[in-house]
Unconditional design. Sequence first.
Length: 335
Amino acid sequence: MGYRFGIYGCQHSHIAVFIDQMLAMGGTCAGIYETDAPELAKQIAERRGIPLVDDPNAFADEAVTVIGSSAVSSRKLDIIEWCERHGKHVMVDKPVAVNRGQLERLEAVLERGRIQVGVLLTERFRASIRTLKQAIDAGRLGRIVSLTMRKPHRLNPASRHPSHFSKEESGGIVIDLFIHDFDLLRYLTGQEVAAVHCQVAKHILPEHPTFFDTAAAQAFMSGGTIGQLYADWHTPDKSWTWGDCRLFAVGTEGCAELRLNGDPSVANEELYFQTTNGEPFAKMELSEPGAGIAEDFIGRIEGRPSVLTHRDILETIRATVTADEAAVKYNAFKI
């Protein structure tokens, strides 16, 4: 069944993943609504033959059953609540809640259960992550001792919406970037975040006083796994990728390394390397990722089991907000 959907807020190109997957499943897009710096919306619309609309009430029509959004992060809860009032299921780009108050509002929506809420936590749907999950579940790495995730990003300030540099509007580096990592900690281990320590630092852009560019966190999981997270906005302009993102898994019987955006010395594709007590270092074949995130979300709407649930979303955001609240700050411009 093809769903008719609309895009309410378009400030990040991540939403194109949702649009393309919905169209590939036979869906039709009623339009894109974005009035604040609408250039991205125009580009996405023109490439796909989608109309632009000047009023979100264009989506109130009962034929539109699903909404997607990559609005400014601090406005996403308003859109989710609009969708709840109008009976529309909604998929939003991360992050969703930029503070504790918004987390509580999201929790209230999920508890009422009138609509399904999705978040573009796309890392679960990577082939390399799926392959690692299968290895962990099969016990090939033994008991997981630690997961280390390194997620540098290219900033390119001129391309960013002004809200990106506002802690109040974007949530800041921990809220914006660690949400993927907390999701993977829970997904890969089946454990909850029991405690977290976090630090953030500011080395650039004094004209944006609430923008911090480097973050690290250590999470202690309920089953004893230690998570070590790192993110920054310092990927060089000449890098082959927007971020040399890597994941290291250490278990009692083996270890694995994922080079999520490839490695120019090997290949510009996802790479998975594994060593165990019984097998030497080897590049592993990747499993097919299966359903995409939009298909998984539609399955949830239709009552089928899903990879990403409301509980996953809520607990991941809760862990991220908790880490952000606990962050110790270093500001090079205040020394």
